[in-house]
Ligand binder design. Structure first.
Ligand code: AMP
Length: 457
């Protein structure tokens, strides 16, 4: 097994690594550090949790230890998709460069321009930024990118998801073409491949095993909710979530609960709090100080349940998260891997439980295809509560919202009447019967079937 001291890193960096308690380099570090130290471009295909941040920060610090920064001309640049990730990369630099004198600035939303401007004016060795904020500074004439010797793009696939690729291309074109590029992505979409083909020069390609296959320490399970009324789905899921947290009991020391939508992040956190759980929300719309406070609380153990969106939790580095709950099945199967990778870190045990409503089963199958494993089906902790006849909307009682439906029905009847008066050939087609305006009273029979019946029947 390779040791850190065989990698040609600066002795002061080695000292910091030792103090961090790392025994040996991870596979991505072993693969990426030597070519990076030789000044080569690196294409790293690795996810968070693999030690990829150190695989670029350690050689960068070693290379930057020689030389000095000039005013307004950073010597290196690290681009991250989110502020949280940028802040974490900055922390990594602090940890590993503590025995060296390197300067850095952080350009992220929510941090004041003024302070960072002053740092950049004096000259920084490392500039860590989100792409939008970096270009803001550049356009204000506060920054020159012509001194950049090393440029890192971290989590490029997430940049792609967030629409940052044009910004990245622009930033590439503002830096000298002689720069060294260290480029990281969890997956290689064709758009990412185009970028690497264009901007990287004969890179050393280092690929490490997908986290899905590596994290055998994560116990997975899914509760599939069958049937039930769609308008009650969210509240049913919240009930199931509470029951799952309760049934895990003390084993659930802390957990991240993922929702697909920001609105659900808020609702879910509020609802948990209402029921007496120690929970708080984090997503991109909250202001920076609030997000920092919440994350700090979660990190130091004073907050038990963190309800999060994918983007906000991306790169969140809390080594001991006992549970991950997916309130929704993520739309992108890769996100499932990222989500569950928040638990079971550094060889610890972890548990990831997903709640899947009937209509999300297709997304669940896509995940199972990606991870090449069936996720064990768990019993609904509330037991199945089959819908009683009285609960069905059309029968007997009329819930409040059926009034609106009645109005819509009346409207559609009106439509049916006007439709009949329309000249042939415009509003209707002879070969397909009368044109349907909305659905009116007509409910196609397949709509009434459950998801399973539709697929098999
Ligand atoms: P990353 O993939 O960069 O998000 O890193 C995941 C976690 O692994 C972080 O908590 C790092 O501090 C930790 N880590 C990085 N390198 C090593 C190593 N060689 N040995 C043990 N832990 C490490």
């Amino acid at each position: 097994m390779t040791k850190f001291n065989e990698l040609n890193l600066n002795p002061k960096v080695l000292k910091a690594i030792e103090e961090a308690g790392y025994e040996a380099p991870t596979p991505i570090q072993e693969g990426a550090i030597p070519p990076a130290l030789e000044g080569r471009d690196v294409l790293g295909i690795a996810q968070t949790g693999t030690g990829k941040t150190a695989s670029f920060t350690l050689p960068m610090i070693t290379l930057l230890a020689r030389g000095r920064a000039r005013a307004r001309m950073p010597r290196s640049l690290v681009l991250c998709p989110t502020r949280e990730l940028a802040a974490q990369v900055a922390e990594n630099f602090d940890t590993y460069s503590k025995h060296l004198k390197l300067t850095k600035a952080l350009l992220i939303g929510g941090v004041s321009f003024k302070e960072q401007d002053a740092l950049i004016d004096r000259g920084v060795d490392v500039l860590i930024a989100t792409p939008g904020r970096l270009l803001d500074h550049f356009e204000r004439g506060k920054l020159l990118l012509t001194g950049v010797q090393i440029m890192v793009v971290d989590e490029a696939d997430r940049m792609l998801d967030m629409g940052f690729i044009p910004d990245i291309e622009r930033i590439f074109s503002l830096t000298p073409f002689t720069r060294q590029t260290l480029f990281f992505s969890a997956t290689m979409a064709s758009e990412i491949e185009r970028i690497t083909d264009t901007f990287l020069s004969a890179p050393a390609r280092v690929e490490v095993a997908r986290q899905a296959t590596a994290s055998e320490t994560i116990e997975q399970g899914v509760v599939v909710l069958k049937g039930g009324r769609r308008d009650r789905e969210a509240s049913a899921k919240r009930k199931v979530l509470r029951a799952l947290i309760d049934s895990e009991g003390d084993k659930c020391t802390n957990a991240i609960i993922f929702c697909n939508r920001k609105t659900d992040v808020d609702i879910c956190a509020k609802s948990l709090k209402k029921y007496g759980y120690d929970a708080a929300a984090i997503h991109g719309d909250l202001d920076q100080s609030q997000r920092t406070r919440t994350l700090d609380g979660f990190r130091d153990g004073s907050l038990r349940l963190l309800v999060a969106s994918d983007v906000a939790a991306r790169g969140l580095d809390v080594p001991s998260v006992s549970h991950v709950f997916n309130f929704d099945v993520p739309g992108h199967p890769e996100d499932y891997v990222h989500r569950i990778g928040r638990t079971g870190r550094a060889g610890r045990d972890g548990k990831a439980i997903t709640i899947c409503s009937g209509r999300d089963e297709k997304a669940l199958l896509a995940i199972e295809k990606l991870i090449q494993k069936e996720i064990p089906r768990l019993e609904n902790p509330l037991k199945e509560e089959p819908e009683t006849e009285a609960q069905k909307p059309e029968k007997k009682s009329k819930p409040a919202d059926t009034k609106k439906a009645d109005n819509r029905k009346a409207d559609s009847k009106k439509n049916d009447r006007t439709k009949d008066k329309e000249p042939r050939g415009r509003g209707r087609r002879d070969d397909r019967g009368p044109a349907v305006v909305g659905m009116g009273d007509h409910l196609p029979s397949f709509i009434a079937l459950s998801f399973d019946e539709r697929r098999t029947g």
